[in-house]
Design a protein around this ligand. Sequence first.
Ligand code: TXA
Ligand code: MG
Length: 341
Amino acid sequence: MTARDTAAGTELATRLVVAGDAGVAEAARVLAAGGMVAFPTETVYGLGADAGNGEAIARLYAAKGRPTFNPLIAHVASATAARKLARFNTAAERLAAAFWPGPLTLVLPKAADCPVAALATAGLDSIAVRLPQHAVAQALLRAFGGPVVAPSANRSGHVSPTTAAHVLADLGGRIDLIVDGGATPLGLESTIVACLGESLGESLGEPGLLRPGGVPRAAIEQVLGFPLAAATAACGQAAPRAPGMFGSHYAPRTRLRLDARAVGGREALLAFGPRLAQGAAAAVKILNLSARGDLIEAAANLFSHLRALDSAGADAIAVMPIPHHGLGEAINDRLRRAATG
Ligand code: TXA
Ligand code: MG
């Protein structure tokens, strides 16, 4: 990755390779090095990053220009690989058997030892998993050998790309590599179904449609033998607010105090930068999002640090000010939601 900082942000030399053995091998190498690779799936082009690499995922959010950390879909090469990330209830097993590989994403309870970075799931206990059908996507997932998170490869607020040219127009200079595999056959995102039954209790247990997409509702209901629930019933607060947007957020139980310049009694400290807030020595526990003041590193640490401080037994978590530029906007958005939630 040859990166150059410009006034507009970090500029990358985006390379374009043709899908094929050499292109796929190069794409897998870039992913392993923490880079961002756009690749075709049967639905739309995805922008992939190593699902286990929090900083690579933070760079991906920055490249898309997302003002918030929306949870991402983890793409896997096999159903066996999917089972290492999430727990499947009966409905999920049936849907996976019927529609994988293919344009169906399942939102499932995260496995206890799920290797996907907390930032990719926005700190949630659930994870979206998809086994794509496209030959290039499958080859890349096998060559990389691990889960790849991939939102649609467009700038935030733009439409999903169905050709490499769309990706280049939207993300040229912001990502490392584009694998050109021609136009995507479906041109419509995957259908997302939540199967959270076992983790959220009976009333929230019905499989629910979170986003219509490549697999029609009727086909899913035929396999299940009963109608899909409304998203609210399936996911509680995870109901869509707008197509493709979900209002579910990780919120700590401990009260958050934002823009803290000093630490009060019985408070834990979520720090940022090299100089700690006043009175930090007396904090119940201190975790620094980034001691060197790097917003990419801070984003990668955000949800795991919040969880760790939430269980520290403090009366409140004091959060030092975070600059509002770059990924700082999304970090501050999440902190504000966590503080009022
Ligand atoms: O067809 C597709 O699904 C494409 C290709 C690249 O695979 N990907 C895609 O990703 O459309 P994206 O990030 O543009 O949309 C994924 C949607 C988001 O709206 C996100 O909120 C939702 O999935 N999502 C992800 N994880 C979730 C979770 N744990 N709970 C609820 N919604 C989730
Ligand atoms: Mg999208």
